[in-house]
Design a protein around this ligand. Structure first.
Ligand code: ATP
Ligand code: MG
Length: 442
C-alpha cells in the first residue's frame, strides 16, 4: 500500500474538541470520524486496529469452547417486557417503532434475546453447558457521550452468555471466561486487572470488571500492587485449577469505587502496596443465576424435574479497546504512539527518500514490500515527496511499530531500521524481517 493512495486524513494540529489523548490521536491520524454525537465512522487505520482486536477476542473465546453466533442489532420489546427490563432500562435504551407500530429497540445488550434463543431449542440438561457469544454493535443513549469512542452511543462489543444446570457448573463457566479474559488482554499487551464489581442493573451476585490503569479512566480503583505480578497464562480448563486461578487474584484487595471501603482497604492492604488510581473498564463478567431464566421460563429437564438454567454474561468493549490501548501505550515524553504489534494497523513503515525524477528508492521499496509480504509482514510505503524527518514524525504519530528508512545513510544492502521508539540500527533486510517476526511471535 502506498501512503499517497491510502485514506489516512491526517490533521495538522490536535483537534481542540478532544480532551484525552486517544480521542485526539484517533481524530488527528484519521482513524475515526464523528457522524453525530457519540456515533462514529471507522476509517481504514482505525478499522484495521479494531478488526485485529476483534480477531484476538474471537480466538480466545473459541479457545475456551464458546460458540460464535450473530444476533441482530434490532430487537423486539416483547422479550424485554418478559424479563421486566423494558421499563427498568430507562432512557439509555433507544426505542423505535416499525411501520406496524410495533415497539422495537436497538439492543444495548443481549441477555433477553439469547435467553429466548436458548429456551426455544435446548430442553435437556444433557445439552449443558451452552456457551454462546457474538460480536455486534450496541446502542446506549449515554447521557454524556465523551472521549471519542471510549464512551460513545454506538459501540462494538463482544458479549457472551453461559447456561448451566447448577451454581457449581455455572461458576466453572464463569472461571473459564475469567481465564479467557486474562489471556485476551495479555495478547493485546495490556495489563488488565480483574476487580470485584457491583452487579448494577444486570443484577446477580458475582462480578468482576477488567480494568487497565490510566489517568484518564472513568473508574476509580483501589488495589494491591502485588496483583500486577500475577501471571496467568498456563492454566488448563479444569475446575479446580480455574478456581485456584481466580482465588490467586481474589487474595488481593482489588475493587472499584462502588465496592470500596476505606477501613477495609487500610486494614487489608499494607501501606506500601496500596494503589489508589483511575482505570478504564475494558471487560465485565457477571454471574446472575436465574435472574432472566426464571421470568423468561428458560428451563431444562433434569431427571424429570424442571430446572431454571443458571446464567452468566461476559462483555468486552472491542471498540473501546482501540482507545484504551492508546491511553495505555502513548508515551507523553517522546510524543510517540506505539501499537502493540498484535493489533498494529501495519507492522512496518517503509520510508524512502524520494527525489524528483529519481525512482531508485521507490523501486527498492517496492521490492522490500513484496519480500515483507511473502513473510506475512504488513507494510506501508510512504511514496510522498515529503522530507524524511517529516515522514518519520508522521509515522511516530500513527504508531506503526517498525520503520525502515531508505535515505542518505543507506549503504549497499544495509538499511536504517528502527523500532519506533528505539535506536537506529543498520541491518540487512533479512535481519529486519527476523526482528519483526520475532516480535510478532511473542
Ligand atoms: P460503563 O460502566 O463504562 O458504562 P458498563 O458496566 O455499562 O460500562 P457493560 O454493560 O458491562 O458496561 O458492557 C461491557 C463492556 O462494553 C464494558 O466493559 C465496556 O468496555 C464497553 N462499553 C460499555 N459502555 C460503553 C460505551 N458507552 N462506549 C464504549 N464502550 C462501552
Ligand atoms: Mg454503562
Amino acid at each position: 500500500m502506498y501512503f499517497s493512495k491510502s485514506f489516512v486524513p491526517i490533521l495538522k494540529n490536535n483537534p481542540t474538541e478532544a480532551k484525552i489523548k486517544s480521542h485526539q490521536l484517533m481524530l488527528r491520524v484519521g482513524m475515526i470520524k464523528q457522524s453525530s454525537a457519540g456515533i462514529y465512522s471507522w476509517l481504514p487505520l482505525g478499522f484495521k486496529v479494531m478488526k485485529k482486536i476483534e480477531q484476538i477476542v474471537r480466538e480466545e473465546q473459541d479457545r475456551i469452547g464458546v460458540q460464535e453466533i450473530l444476533m441482530p442489532t434490532i430487537q423486539s420489546s416483547e422479550i424485554w417486557k418478559e424479563s421486566g427490563r423494558y421499563d427498568d432500562y430507562g432512557e439509555e435504551m433507544l426505542r423505535i417503532k416499525d411501520r406496524q407500530d410495533r415497539e422495537m429497540l436497538y439492543g444495548p445488550t443481549n441477555e433477553e434475546l439469547v435467553t429466548e434463543i436458548f429456551r426455544s431449542s435446548i430442553k435437556s440438561y444433557k445439552s449443558l453447558p451452552q456457551l454462546l457469544y457474538h460480536i455486534q454493535w450496541k446502542f446506549r443513549d449515554e447521557l454524556r457521550p465523551r472521549f471519542g469512542i471510549m464512551r460513545c452511543r454506538e459501540f462494538y462489543m463482544k458479549d457472551a452468555y453461559s447456561f448451566d444446570i447448577n451454581d457449581d457448573e455455572a461458576l466453572f463457566s464463569y472461571n473459564k471466561f475469567f481465564l479467557s479474559y486474562l489471556r485476551t488482554f495479555k495478547r493485546l499487551n495490556l495489563s488488565a486487572i480483574p476487580m470485584a464489581a457491583d452487579t448494577g442493573p444486570i443484577g446477580g451476585n458475582l462480578s468482576h470488571e477488567f480494568i487497565i490503569l490510566a489517568d484518564t479512566g472513568e473508574s476509580k480503583i483501589y488495589t494491591d500492587k502485588r496483583i500486577f505480578n500475577l501471571n496467568s497464562s498456563s492454566t488448563i480448563l479444569e475446575k479446580s485449577s480455574l478456581n485456584n486461578l481466580r482465588q490467586q487474584y481474589e487474595k488481593f484487595y482489588s475493587v472499584t469505587d462502588e465496592k470500596f471501603d476505606q477501613k477495609e482497604f487500610d486494614k487489608i492492604v499494607p501501606e506500601e502496596f496500596r494503589v489508589n488510581t483511575k482505570g478504564i473498564e475494558v471487560g465485565h463478567i457477571f454471574y446472575f443465576g436465574d435472574k432472566y431464566s426464571k421470568p423468561m421460563n428458560a428451563a431444562v429437564d433434569f431427571n424429570g424435574k424442571k430446572e431454571f438454567v443458571k446464567m452468566g454474561s461476559y462483555g468486552i468493549g472491542v471498540s473501546r479497546l482501540v482507545g484504551a490501548i492508546i491511553e495505555a501505550k502513548y508515551n507523553d515524553k517522546d510524543e510517540i504512539m506505539k501499537w502493540p504489534i498484535s493489533v498494529a494497523p501495519y507492522h512496518c513503515s517503509i520510508i524512502p527518500m524520494i527525489k524528483k525524477n529519481d525512482t531508485t528508492n521507490l523501486e527498492k521499496s517496492n521490492k522490500i514490500f513484496e519480500y515483507f509480504k511473502s513473510k506475512n509482514i504488513d507494510a506501508i510505503i510512504d511514496d510522498t515527496e515529503e522530507n524524511i524527518s517529516a515522514k518519520i514524525r508522521k509515522f511516530n504519530l500513527i504508531g506503526i511499530p517498525y520503520q525502515l528508512i531508505l535515505g542518505n545513510k543507506t549503504e549497499g544492502d544495509l538499511f536504517e531500521f528502527k523500532e519506533i521508539n528505539g535506536e537506529t540500527q543498520k541491518l540487512s533486510i533479512e535481519d529486519a524481517v527476523s526482528q519483526i517476526l520475532k516480535a510478532k511471535s511473542n
